[in-house]
Design a protein around this ligand. Structure first.
Ligand code: PGA
Length: 248
C-alpha cells in the first residue's frame, strides 16, 4: 500500500508571515494515511521546520544543484537543504525546465544529489499544450520519466509528479480520463523498470488542484496525491485538499 501524499509548492511566494498558514495546517495534517509536505522558498526552509515542530508536516526545497558545493552563485545544494531540515526536494519542475533550461539529464543529476543527502526527490514531468494537442503526451511523458529518474530510484526516495504544463496555474485541468491514462502509463513504465520499487513509488497529479476538484481527481487510479501550487498558500484551501485525499 502506498501512503498518500499532499504536497504544497509555494514557488517564489512567502515571507516569514506566510508561516502562520503552515501552522494552521497542523490539525489537518494529523491524519492516519496521508503524508503532508510543504516545499517553501529556500529562505524559509529552516523557519518552516521550526514552525512545523510537533506536527507531521515535512518541509522540502524546490530545487537543488547537482553538485555538493562549489562556485555556483545563487544555487543551493542538497546538503544545504538537508542541513536546514528539509527532507524532500522538488526536481525538474516545468518552471525550472523552462526558466533555467533544465534537461532530463540535469534533472536526473539533481535527483541523485537529493538521494545522496537523504532527501526524497519529487521528480516532475509533463507535456506542453502543443505536445498534448499533437498527440505526443505519452511519448513526452515516457521520455521525461526515463531520462529524469535515476537508476537508484526506490519507493522510499522518489515521488513522481505528473504536471501537464498547460494545467499549471491556469485553472485548466485535464479530464479524469486523461489523468488516468497518463498515471496508468507512468505506473506501467515504473514497474517495468523498477519492479516492486516502481509499484511502491507515489505518483502525484499537479496542475490547478483545488478543493472543488480534489475529490474527483483523487478517485482516479494510480493517483497517490497531489502537488499543489496556488491552493497550498492558504491553509483553508490546502486543509480541504488534505482532507479530501485522506478520505479517498
Ligand atoms: P498550481 O501549480 O496548483 O498553482 O497549478 C502546481 C505546480 O506547479 O506544482
Amino acid at each position: 500500500m502506498r501512503r498518500k501524499l499532499a504536497a504544497g509548492n509555494w514557488k517564489m511566494n512567502g515571507l516569514a508571515a506566510q508561516l502562520t498558514e503552515l501552522e494552521a495546517m497542523k490539525p489537518a495534517a494529523a491524519t492516519q494515511q496521508t503524508d503532508v509536505l510543504i516545499c517553501t522558498p529556500a529562505t524559509l526552509v529552516s523557519r518552516a521546520v521550526d514552525a512545523a515542530a510537533g506536527s507531521t508536516i515535512a518541509v522540502g526545497g524546490q530545487d537543488c544543484h547537482a553538485n555538493a558545493s562549489g562556485a555556483h552563485t545563487g544555487d543551493i545544494s542538497g546538503a544545504m537543504l538537508a542541513d536546514a531540515g528539509a527532507t524532500y526536494v522538488i526536481t525538474g519542475h516545468s518552471e525550472r525546465r523552462v526558466d533555467h533550461a533544465e534537461t532530463d539529464a540535469i534533472v536526473a543529476a539533481k535527483s541523485e544529489a537529493a538521494y545522496a543527502n537523504d532527501l526524497v526527490a519529487v521528480i516532475c514531468i509533463g507535456e506542453s499544450l502543443d505536445e498534448r494537442e499533437s498527440g505526443k503526451t505519452l511519448d513526452v511523458v515516457g521520455t521525461q520519466l526515463a531520462g529524469s529518474t535515476p537508476a537508484g530510484a526506490t519507493g522510499a526516495n522518489t515521488v513522481i509528479a505528473y504536471e501537464p504544463v498547460w494545467a499549471i496555474g491556469t485553472g485548466k485541468v485535464p479530464t479524469l480520463e486523461q489523468i488516468g491514462e497518463v498515471h496508468d502509463f507512468i505506473r506501467t513504465q515504473l514497474v517495468e523498470r523498477f519492479g516492486a520499487e516502481g509499484e511502491a513509488m507515489r505518483v502525484l497529479y499537479g496542475g490547478s488542484v483545488k478543493p472543488s476538484n480534489a475529490t474527483e481527481i483523487f478517485a482516479v487510479s494510480n493517483v497517490d496525491g497531489a502537488l499543489v501550487g496556488g491552493a497550498s498558500l492558504k491553509a483553508d484551501d490546502f486543509n480541504a485538499i488534505i482532507t479530501a485525499l485522506d478520505a479517498a
